[in-house]
Design a protein around this ligand. Structure first.
Ligand code: MN
Ligand code: MN
Ligand code: MN
Length: 290
């Protein structure tokens, strides 16, 4: 991954926030409480834990946040389907107990599990491995193994030079180990987040390789479905991306969110709470929360 320095200084806000982070409840390397401790150490005052398709880390994070005096926002990052693409959508300020959303999350977990088993079978065949599913499970610990864990198995067994090579050679769409997952539709995910009292936010809009036209089409569908937010402050944004996102916020009347997408202290190019400023004049997502 390229370490792209941001084009302007980091936000000098009085209240540091980070509304997109991961823990060991999904593919992060810090436990929920260690993540909260690190956030506190970096001066973050409002933190959302947004693990992939699970609320498993929320209780531990909540207790740690109470201790540290941090405002913890209950969140999740859902993998969703839109026009045959896989996109990521955040649900922020959600009630994890609410039935519609927790039902959807349970279904997503089932889909993840089925995908992992299928991926294991395909890789065993394509890469001449044995029991790659079992090995990926062992590496992943409590999490259902996703592609990064299978990439590690491929590296460990000498079938790929490194993680990137494993993705390019076996795991990317179109490669022999790729398995499409029946993720929930965008519309349904938005409805479930709203049913749970939360705000739906399109995550990292500049990371999907969408043209400006496609992105606008996505945001039209998203707002029609009741979506209210767009991630607008992310580490390493270019000026061009910043301008595109600002235009989208304005044209679709969306609230702006921001987050580092922190997974691990090993990501040396990003840090909890270290975000560019939101575009001038936009509504921050916390202003419409509650
Ligand atoms: Mn992740
Ligand atoms: Mn994501
Ligand atoms: Mn993420």
């Amino acid at each position: 991954m390229v370490n792209q320095p941001p084009f302007h200084a980091y936000a000098s806000m009085t209240l540091l926030y980070d509304l997109h982070t991961h823990s060991t409840a999904s593919d992060g390397t810090l436990s929920p409480s260690a993540l909260v401790a690190r956030a506190a150490e970096k001066g973050v005052r409002r933190l959302a834990l947004t693990d992939h398709d699970t609320f498993a880390g929320q209780a531990e994070a909540g207790a740690a946040a109470d201790q540290a005096g941090i405002d913890l926002v209950a969140g999740i990052e859902l993998s969703v389907r839109w026009n045959n693409r896989e996109l990521h959508m955040l649900g922020l300020w959600v009630d994890p107990e609410e039935a519609t959303l927790s039902g959807l999350v349970a279904r997503q977990a089932g889909a993840r599990e089925a995908r992992a088993r299928k991926m294991g079978k395909k890789l065993d065949k394509a890469a001449g491995l044995a029991e790659s599913y079992e090995r990926a499970c062992a590496l992943a610990g409590s999490e259902v193994p996703g592609r990064p864990w299978f990439a590690r198995v491929l590296v460990e067994r000498g079938r790929a030079r490194n993680m990137q090579h494993a993705f390019n050679r076996f795991l990317k769409q179109g490669q022999s180990g790729f398995v499409a997952t029946p993720w929930v539709d965008l519309d349904e995910a938005v409805a479930a987040v709203r049913a749970a009292g939360g705000i739906a936010v399109i995550a990292h809009p500049t990371r999907y390789g969408l043209t400006r036209r496609k992105l606008r089409q996505l945001l039209r569908d998203f707002t029609d479905a009741g979506g209210q937010g767009l991630e607008a402050a992310m580490p390493g944004m270019t000026r061009q991306q910043h301008e595109l996102v600002a235009e989208c916020l304005r044209d679709f009347d969306l609230a702006a969110s921001g987050g580092s997408d922190f997974h691990s202290p090993e990501q040396l190019w990003l840090e909890l709470g270290k975000l560019p400023e939101l575009p001038a004049g936009v509504t921050p997502v916390w202003d419409i929360a509650g």
